[in-house]
Design a protein around this ligand. Structure first.
Ligand code: PRX
Length: 646
């Protein structure tokens, strides 16, 4: 197992400060008690939490149903609605409390109270119902970072219609793939969105995508930029027209959904060319969204909580929308680019909104660190009390900078490990309970059962590296892959005959019980905290008429964590710019290769398998130590080394 060497020798440790622990929901003693309770009887533990945390229409009598493992079911005879957990349960007490403080890229601020949010969600649910959306129907949301995306998500939840949010940075082609795969009939979008001072033409992408999605009969368009966009007669309607219709019937009574009914489908990259639709259920997901948010961020009533993730990713689902709102928190939402108009935008937002809890990604931290300490120094960051990070391993240097320069040395950092599939955070320090070690994502949260195992599925010795697995199911786990039951079984339970959930990461666990993530063991890259399958980029490249063959590998990158390097064999004329534009069109800009090497041939074994390890070494500028004698044509390697990197 190769890992980040620096992480293996990290000895700095930060025990919880007494004042943080004194105030925290969970201090060390409470954490110990919760873990003991969960280990003594996991089902009883989860049953108690489900009763305490959720507002049920019908309380469940079932806890875990494993009759059809690995298709686990939780609380399956219970009934509830996810939007009620986020809205109705807080009313009337929090009617005038700000639910969302939204900062536009141009600095304008809009505040929605819990009362406002409830009203808008009920109205928009009425709009959707008026367009024929009923429980079980899928709705695709392709929206910028504006409060309406949260309104739309909760409105879908209110009707029991699973939403599938497509990141606004994805291309028309990616959008079309997702619309087709979910079988959605209705799409909600905007005329456009703002990003780094430019307009992202969302409606245009929807129009392009719908050329290949004949089943979409309705498009609801939010006006954001005010730019002229064509509206298809009979198909497209403006959000504001529909919502202000005097005949509109707001949906005040939320649909009572089964605990296991799907709440959303969110696509993520895997090791094949096609992204998979990860399905999450209602009760288990909402339980953990609420509880993990409160525990990990130690959310208190006077907190101003800011998660910088886009709603197009799972972090934007669980920790921008469902988790904080289920706790009745005040959530800051920011529309635009982190360095727009200058590299102090984050610090400006923190100061302006008096943010107390900040949750962001290592890639953003590294980029802001590189911009220099002068930028944060211009701002009063004294409101901050807890910092979080997610999405990829954070290098100790960036961790220390975040701690010292942003947190003023006083804010605990929670390095949270989880995945689209896990629904919520599974490994993380707790601010008032855990000793922090830069680069480690801490211990398991109560109720979770991680293990680090070898190829045979045996626990590794000491703190050796191995496969990160979970030995018990948990309530917020994925409920499957949309439309592909076998893929769920294969991908997540296949490696050890159904005994463990396999995360796809390698990790080590130290003597203190803290986890250190070493990386992925499948063909998935993590570029700026975004998962991108190498096969996905390869299939995009070979779909260009001038490309005969392509292979994609990852190489370390100072800011992005990992960067995409592509090796391409041409059969026609194409430049690097052509291919980068083509990948942006096929997938989205995030998937554009950092570097492209044009080669005469790719290194292959005699059986025709591409030797990626060699390509990885070339991409990293490393010596090729492995045996190249099994190559069909060893001269290829020399040619690759000499090839100019575009
Ligand atoms: O490799 C792990 C990495 O991100 C993967 C999950 O990606 P995604 O489903 O897009 O979700 C990202 C946000 C939850 C994991 O398999 N990862 C996530 N968090 C961490 C991490 N790697 C190291 N440390 C983390 N804190």
């Amino acid at each position: 197992m190769t890992g980040l060497d620096a992480l293996l020798h990290e000895e700095r440790a930060f025990p919880p400060a007494a004042d943080v622990a004194a105030r925290a929901h969970v201090d060390a003693a409470r954490l110990e008690a919760l873990v003991a309770e969960a280990e003594a009887d996991p089902e009883a533990f989860w049953a108690a939490r489900a009763r305490e945390e959720l507002v049920w229409d019908r309380e469940p009598t079932e806890v875990l149903d494993d009759a059809d493992a690995p298709f686990y079911r939780w609380f399956s005879d219970g009934a509830l609605n996810a939007s009620v957990q986020c809205l109705d349960r807080h009313l009337p007490e929090r009617a005038d409390q700000v639910a969302i403080a939204w900062e536009a890229e141009d600095g304008a601020v809009r505040r929605l109270t819990y009362g406002d949010l409830h009203e808008q969600v009920c109205r928009f649910a009425g709009v959707l119902r008026g367009r024929g959306v009923a429980r079980g129907d899928r709705v695709v949301l392709y929206l910028p970072m504006v409060p309406e995306v949260v309104v739309a998500m909760l409105a879908c939840a209110r009707l029991g219609a699973p939403h599938s949010v497509v990141f606004a940075g994805f291309s028309a082609q990616s959008l079309a793939d997702r619309i087709q795969d979910t079988g959605a009939r209705l799409v909600v979008t905007a005329d456009g969105g703002y990003r780094n001072g430019k307009v992202v033409p969302l409606k245009q992408s929807v129009d392009e995508a719908l050329a290949s999605c004949p089943d979409v009969a309705d498009v609801v368009v939010l006006r954001r930029t005010g730019e002229d966009v064509p509206m298809a007669e009979g198909r497209d309607a403006w959000w504001h027209d529909l919502e202000s219709d005097p005949g509109l019937a707001p949906v005040t009574d939320a649909e009572s959904m089964g605990a296991e009914d799907p709440l959303f489908v969110l696509y993520t990259s895997g090791s094949t060319g096609k992204p998979k639709g990860i399905v999450h259920g209602t009760a288990g997901y909402m339980l953990w969204a609420r509880l993990s948010t409160r525990w990990v961020f130690d959310l208190q009533d006077d907190d101003v909580y800011w998660c910088t993730a886009d709603v197009g990713w799972v972090t934007g689902h669980t920790y921008l929308t469902y988790g904080p709102l289920a706790n009745g928190a005040t959530v800051v939402m920011y529309e635009g680019g982190p360095t727009y108009p200058q590299p102090d935008r984050f610090w400006d937002v923190v100061e302006k909104h008096k943010v107390t809890v900040l949750y962001t990604a290592p890639t953003a931290i590294r980029a802001l660190m590189r911009a220099g300490d002068d930028w944060p120094a211009r701002h009063d960051l004294s409101s901050l009390r807890i910092l979080g990070t997610v999405g990829e391993p954070i290098n100790p240097e960036a961790w220390m900078w975040y701690h010292r320069v942003i947190g003023g040395g006083r804010c605990p950092i929670v390095d949270t490990w989880w995945q689209t599939e896990t629904g919520g955070i599974l490994l993380s320090p707790l601010p008032g309970a855990t000793t922090l070690r830069p680069g480690s994502c801490g211990p398991a949260l109560p109720g979770l059962a991680p293990a680090v195992v070898d190829e045979q599925g045996r626990p590794v010795q000491g703190d050796e590296g191995g496969y990160l697995v979970f030995t018990r199911p948990w309530p917020s786990m994925l409920r499957g892959v949309w439309g592909d039951t076998e893929r769920y079984r294969q991908t997540y339970w296949g490696l050890f005959d159904g005994r463990f959930y396999v995360a796809g990461d390698t990790a080590r666990r130290d003597a203190a019980g803290d986890h250190w993530i070493l990386g992925r063991f499948d063909d998935v890259l993590n570029v700026s905290g975004h998962r991108i399958g190498t096969m996905e980029v390869e299939s995009a490249l070979v779909s260009h008429p001038a490309v005969a063959e392509a292979a994609v590998v990852g190489a370390p990158h100072e800011v992005k964590g990992e960067a995409i390097h592509a090796f391409v064999v041409l059969r026609g004329e194409a430049t690097e710019a052509d291919l980068r534009a083509h990948v942006a069109k096929e997938i989205g800009k995030t998937a554009r290769p950092e570097a492209i090497v044009f080669a005469e041939a790719l290194p292959k074994t005699r059986s025709g398998k591409i030797m990626r390890r060699i390509l990885r070494a070339v991409a990293r500028g490393e010596e090729i130590t492995q045996d190249t004698s099994t190559l069909e044509d060893p001269a290829v390697v020399e040619a690759l080394r000499a090839a100019p990197v575009a």
